[in-house]
Design a protein around this ligand. Structure first.
Ligand SMILES: *Cc1c(COP(=O)(O)O)cnc(C)c1O
Length: 404
């Protein structure tokens, strides 16, 4: 079969969103603080917190906003150093810079996960907070990271933008650190075009984040309805003490997100099955390698990453071109121009970008292919077959390469 470009389209928004949006269009009730209670954004926060098993959730305009507010809510001083992985989306170092902090990068291994030895070494360099970015949903060793950070009393924020539905030792990713941040941008598991949400069990942190997200005057009282003395005390402590950044979510976005939450388990199940099916096919080639997940991890992928083995730059580029000519878009993170996931393009980092030779080597051979959960087996076989054919275009038949 031939793939059409529509295989990469997002899933349709559930029909249930339509009547709620119609109601809002008639009433004009689009702002989260207009209604005295039960605004769609507030209901989304309650439902999301229940789904994740956290005490609090705060819906905001993006995951980047959630990361920024998490850092601000920690009350870090200006120029505090925040340790982040060298492989992540530019939004992560950007949120650190936006919070008047300084990103410190650590190495990431060929399996796309934080290099724990390098992380441990850099954690001693006057670090005030850590953002763990589970890039493309690849979970770093959270046991090691939490143990190292807890020993130093350093708070951990989880960038779980691409990890909704992923678990680590049965714990939901995004609930292991002090706060977790998720995205509802169109390329994530739940799509509202834009949007983000922060989850935490920390009353003081969520009170600060709520106020700074734009809960002016006493609008924070519309967020959480259950009796909660610790939270009341925190709001009383921070009233009028913090600047407002106005990063709120609107009711329309919440109405688009809420009916998708019940679809998350299906999307996670299908996305994982799709990924593993394609991974097994790609691994039959000596030129391609799909890194194994870590043992405690159950993933929720909507894309696949794999490494090119024993190819030079020219061959790697030719492979991406051959796949594109055959109808599958492959991004080699380090070889595409101005890639936002290649750390050497983050020229806005104070003090300049560091040298991370291992992360750089990984990025020069790591490929990224979208694999939406709704693809069927024929489409998956076509994606895998196309990638294998593109390898043969460039490297010849694998059997010949092995001299048999
Ligand atoms: C998408 C993404 C973000 C940013 O999310 P926005 O909602 O677009 O701000 C941050 N980190 C990772 C790993 C992402 O994939």
């Amino acid at each position: 079969m031939m793939l059409t470009s529509s295989v990469y389209d997002a899933e349709p928004i559930p029909e249930a969103a339509r009547s709620e949006i119609d109601r809002m269009l008639r009433s004009g009730d689009l702002f989260r603080y207009t209604a005295p209670e039960d605004a769609p954004v507030t209901l989304l926060e309650q439902e999301f917190a229940a789904m994740m098993g956290t005490r609090y959730a705060l819906a905001v305009s993006s995951c980047s906003a959630a990361l920024f507010l998490s850092l601000k809510a920690l009350g870090l001083p200006r120029d505090a150093r925040v340790l982040i992985p060298g492989f992540t989306f530019a939004a992560v170092p950007s949120s650190v810079v936006h919070a008047d902090c300084v990103p410190v990068l650590c190495e990431v291994g060929p399996d796309y996960r934080i290099d724990i030895d390098d992380f441990a070494a850099r954690l001693t360099e006057d670090i005030s907070a850590v953002i763990v970015s589970h890039m493309r949903g690849h979970t770093s060793d959270m046991d090691a990271i939490m143990q190292l950070a807890d020993a130093e009393g350093i708070p951990v924020i989880e960038d779980a933008a691409h990890s909704l539905g992923t678990t680590w030792n049965g714990c939901k990713i995004g609930t292991i650190g002090r706060a977790g941040c998720f995205s509802f941008q169109s390329y994530k598991l739940v799509n509202a075009g834009e949007g983000g949400i922060l989850v935490t069990d920390d009353a003081d942190m969520v009170a600060r984040a709520v106020i700074m997200s734009g809960a002016y005057e006493h609008n924070w009282a519309k967020h959480f309805t259950a009796p909660d003395p610790a939270l009341d005390a925190a709001f009383a402590r921070w009233q009028n003490q913090l600047p407002l950044y106005n990063l709120r979510m609107g009711n329309l976005s919440a109405a688009i997100i809420r009916p998708q939450l019940s679809e998350v388990p299906r999307r996670v199940h299908d996305g994982r099955a799709n990924h593993d099916h394609v991974a097994a096919l790609l691994d039959t080639s000596p030129w391609l390698s799909v890194p194994d997940k870590l043992l405690p991890e159950e993933r929720a992928p909507d894309s696949i990453q794999f490494n090119l083995v024993d190819m030079n730059d020219h061959e790697a580029r030719s492979f991406a071109e051959a796949a594109a000519a055959r109808g599958v878009k492959v991004q080699v993170f380090g070889l595409s121009t101005d890639n936002a996931r290649a750390f050497w393009n983050w020229h806005f980092i104070p003090g300049g970008v560091p040298d991370l030779p291992r992360t750089r080597a990984m990025l020069m051979r790591a490929c990224d292919v979208r694999l939406p959960a709704r693809l069927d087996r024929d489409e998956l076989d076509t994606v895998a077959g196309t990638l294998l054919a593109a390898v043969s275009d460039v490297m010849g038949e694998p059997l010949r390469a092995y001299g048999t």
